[in-house]
Design a protein around this ligand. Structure first.
Ligand code: UGA
Length: 472
């Protein structure tokens, strides 16, 4: 339980996906009364039974605390939830359409439903990531629908004194900045809260809602708030693609990306975060949002050149380990390759757009046997790629492997004993796709270590008699 908000509100959250569930749970823990509305019956039953359908550290415990304190409940009945709600969050999915644009059908359907059922004033907060201009369009849709209901609303006695029907539903855009695996922390201690509204009444209510959170608040218009969300994710993705390109160049020129990234990060203007080179970004956000921003630019007639390169570099980077495997062991047909880590990042079971999907598919296509292990995401990957064999531990995956490829930096991989790893393998190659293992310890036991953008002579690898690294 977090510190209680002395001024509790009644909240309805539409959509028990990642954002809706974590947001609703945290606001309930602040003492607000929260109803999460979900259409999917089996998900609803799971939640009512106190189980969380996703893996997110701390979420199930906090949710059950809220349920026990009767501050949180789950329902499929939007109409009843709207009867008491003061703030309604829209947290439904906006997946990629085949052309890369955001699919807004769920947002539109929920807005229409709310406009049809609304019977008291609310602030409607759009949390779903939506293209610039969407919240304005939603406000327009709702205004029109409410205008058609004005007699009914007048009879209910809920029309504002101004007679302006749209004041019954102030639409606000308020982006979420949660990281999977750290969602609760990010909700309670965000870097910032962005509120896109020009309504003073809506702003006052939301400030009441966010009173328990100690973070700077940026108030702007709805379009700028929508742009902030895409710009933030696209910029972080840019940092990653930049450092990955730099890493590839370091490898060719004898520099070491670890030191390069540290040196860059010492400049406050650059910052030391999101400069970890590796096998590329994945997940449900960066890939989707970069493509959606490209689609927004295209629709606006703008050539967003840098972002196109960011996306292309990331696609190429996911295949980087395949070229390292070719360079080091040649033909992959009949080899046994162990993949350590399948989730798109640690502390999640999410494999959406994970580099592991591309790597596993490519290896299978080239005739390799692929054995994967992940503490949380193994089953999800097996469902997606039936050809992969799932091991129940890292050790089991490594047994008899010609090469090991680390794709996700789960902590347990840092604790592997190098001598044990070497003795289990048939070959001697280990590709550290996240640059998190200690090369010295691996090289000492006879493992051929390859990272991403590492300077081989720094790693005590092959040296000629003059002490020069062969690759320099
Ligand atoms: C990301 C953002 O970090 C959140 O701020 C945002 O709210 C969220 O998207 C969203 O839009 O909902 P998330 O996708 O959970 O959060 O994961 P990140 O921790 O940002 O990692 C994304 C990917 O980048 C992962 O595959 C990770 O391995 C990779 N990454 C990250 C790198 O390759 N290098 C880095 O230095 C950092």
């Amino acid at each position: 339980m977090h510190e209680r908000n002395g001024n509790p509100l009644s909240i309805c959250v539409v959509g028990a996906g990642y954002v809706g569930l974590t947001t609703g749970t945290v606001f309930a823990s602040f003492g607000h009364s929260v109803t999460i509305v979900e259409k999917d019956v089996s998900k609803l039953e799971t939640l009512i039974a106190g189980n969380v359908p996703i893996f997110e550290p701390g979420l199930e415990e906090l949710m059950n605390e809220d349920l026990q304190n009767e501050l949180l409940n789950f329902s499929s009945d939007l109409a009843s939830a709207l009867e008491k709600a003061q703030v309604v969050f829209v947290a439904v999915g906006t997946p990629s359409s085949p052309d890369g644009s955001a699919d807004l059908r769920a947002v539109d359907a929920v807005s229409d439903e709310i406009a049809r059922l609304l019977c008291r004033p609310i602030v409607l907060v759009i949390k779903s990531t939506v293209p610039i201009g969407t919240s304005d369009a939603v406000a327009g849709r709702i205004r029109k629908a409410l205008a058609l209901r004005s007699d009914e609303l007048a009879a209910l006695g809920v029309l504002p004194a101004s007679g302006r029907v749209e004041e019954l539903c102030e639409v606000v855009f308020c982006p979420e900045f949660l990281r999977e695996g750290k969602a609760l922390l990010d909700l309670v201690h965000p870097h910032r809260i962005v509120i896109g509204t020009e309504s003073k009444a809506a702003l006052d209510l939301l400030k009441r809602l966010f009173a328990s959170i100690d973070a700077p608040i940026l108030v702007t218009d709805r379009r700028s708030a929508e742009a902030i969300k895409y710009a933030s994710n696209a910029f972080l993705a840019t940092k990653i693609s930049f450092v990955n390109e730099m890493a590839n160049l370091c490898e060719m020129t004898g520099a070491d990306i670890i030191d390069v990234a540290v040196g860059m990060g010492m400049d406050d203007r650059i910052g030391d975060k999101f400069l970890q080179a590796g096998v590329g970004y994945g997940g449900s956000c960066f890939p989707k949002d970069t493509k959606a921003l490209l689609s927004i630019a295209e629709t606006a007639g703008y050539n967003f050149a840098i972002l196109k390169a960011v996306v292309a570099v990331n696609e190429r980077q996911k295949r980087r380990v395949i070229s390292i495997l070719h360079d080091t062991i040649g033909d992959l047909a009949g080899t046994r390759i162990a993949l350590l880590g399948l989730a798109f990042k640690p502390e999640t079971d999410d494999i959406r757009e994970a580099p592991s999907i591309v790597v596993a598919q490519e290896l299978l296509q080239q005739g390799a046997d692929v054995i994967g292990y992940d503490p949380q995401a193994a089953q999800n990957l097996a469902n997606e790629i039936p050809g992969i064999v799932i091991a129940s531990s890292a050790e089991e995956a490594i047994d008899g492997a010609d090469a090991i490829v680390l794709l996700t930096e789960w902590n347990e991989f840092l604790r592997l004993d190098p001598a044990d790893v070497k003795s289990r393998m048939r070959g001697d190659l280990l590709i550290d796709g996240r640059n998190v293992l200690d090369p010295e310890r691996l090289i000492q036991v006879g493992i051929r270590y390859r990272g991403i953008g590492r300077r081989m002579c720094n790693l005590g690898d092959v040296r000629d008699p003059e002490g020069e690294c062969e690759s320099c």
